[in-house]
Design a protein around this ligand. Structure first.
Ligand code: ADP
Ligand code: F6P
Length: 335
């Protein structure tokens, strides 16, 4: 159970809007539901849903939502508001246009659910135009500074684990080595948690170096001791396309016969886990409470089980680090 903040409402907002932006994540829907219902039940008269992130905002694709609009979405993956990447939003003139559209519709504040890029857009929008914004961390990557958790991470980890448990059956039956690529272009949070939880032989993440030679020695020892040569190596996709194929190639050069399995976007979809539904609902409702309490330019996140606020300036200027002690568990528990 999470600890929620006690906030006193002082700002009588009448109209707010919300959008989902960047990569979708399982739990965005319960977050939308949490925001819409908390807002309507707290005296906010008009709640608007903006379609396709910042793209829909600058296109004026904005519709009023009712409590019934968010019925039956708590269990659904994806986002009912759709998501998009909108490169024009990096231009201050586009953000000024967005502010005018919000102003013309009488919308007084905006809640943005998305990853670090979306948080950057939200921060710049309020800094330049004065529109109050609140961010919510929605990404499977769990790479947003200031928050221990992000909406969608838990579901993505469980989706990957379900797949790897199946791959492990074949790995054991055929005494094969599998390289399983998980998502994480810039960070290895998914790979680390998945690697520990599936008992991977090795985990490769963008944050730390890995030694392929050591792995080959370990695999050779494993084979020599009669344990066969099955194994799972979990690899975060990283920035350079083709990393997993290159590792496979190097392993082949050393006499191994690895099979590749790229889990890809399967990790972004699916029904949100109980944890993600709870997290998204609490963060969504809290975002409304922070707004009504007069907060602006913050992200609502989770730290040590407590819902907290973090200045967006901090969120977008720092990098979340992967704790070396946690990463070391991936090797400590192997063998
Ligand atoms: P995520 O939010 O999942 O990190 P992106 O990095 O693609 O995904 O960002 C989502 C959207 O946020 C972008 O398409 C853009 O509209 C907006 N955004 C990202 N970076 C910036 C920026 N530097 N300035 C303004 N808007 C940005
Ligand atoms: O949502 C974050 C993320 O899943 C990254 O881990 C991944 O690199 C990226 O999105 C891929 O997104 P897309 O296919 O939408 O560009």
């Amino acid at each position: 159970m999470f600890t929620l903040p006690h906030l006193k409402p002082i700002k009588p907002y009448k109209s707010i809007a919300l959008l989902t932006s960047g990569g979708d994540s399982p739990g965005m829907n319960p977050a939308i539901r949490g925001i819409v219902r908390a807002a309507l039940n707290s005296g906010i008269e008009n709640v608007y849903g903006i379609q396709r992130g910042y793209s829909g905002l600058i296109a004026g694709d904005i519709q009023k939502l009712s409590s019934r609009s968010v019925t039956n979405i708590v269990q659904r993956g994806g986002t009912m508001l759709k998501s998009a990447r909108c490169l024009e939003f990096k231009d201050p003139a586009t953000r000024a246009k967005a502010a005018k559209i919000l102003h013309d519709k009488g919308i007084e504040a905006l809640i943005v659910i998305g990853g670090d890029g979306s948080m950057t857009g939200a921060h710049l929008l309020t800094e330049e135009t004065g529109i109050p914004v609140i961010g919510l961390p929605g990404t499977i990557d769990n790479d947003i500074p200031g928050s221990d958790d992000t909406i969608g991470f838990d579901t993505a980890v469980n989706t990957a684990l379900e797949a790897i448990d199946k791959i492990r059956d074949t790995a054991l039956s055929h005494e094969r080595l599998f390289l399983v690529e998980v998502m994480g272009r810039n960070s290895g949070f998914i790979a680390t948690q998945v690697g520990i939880a599936c008992g991977a032989e090795l985990v490769v993440v963008p944050e730390y170096e890995f030694d392929l030679h050591d792995l080959c020695v370990a695999l050779a020892e494993q084979r020599a001791s009669g344990q066969g040569s099955s194994g799972i190596i979990v690899i975060a996709e990283g920035k350079d396309p083709g990393l997993t194929s290159r590792i496979a190639y190097q392993l082949e050069e050393q006499g191994q016969d690895p099979k590749i399995c790229i889990l890809g976007h399967i990790q972004r979809g699916g029904s949100p886990s109980g944890h993600d539904r709870m997290l998204a609902s609490c963060l969504g409702a809290s975002a409304v409470q922070y707004l009504l309490a007069g907060y602006n330019d913050i992200m609502v996140g989770l730290r040590q089980g407590a819902v907290i606020d973090i200045p967006l300036r901090r969120v977008i200027s720092e990098k979340k680090t992967l704790d070396q002690n946690i990463f070391d568990i991936t090797t400590l528990l192997h063998k």
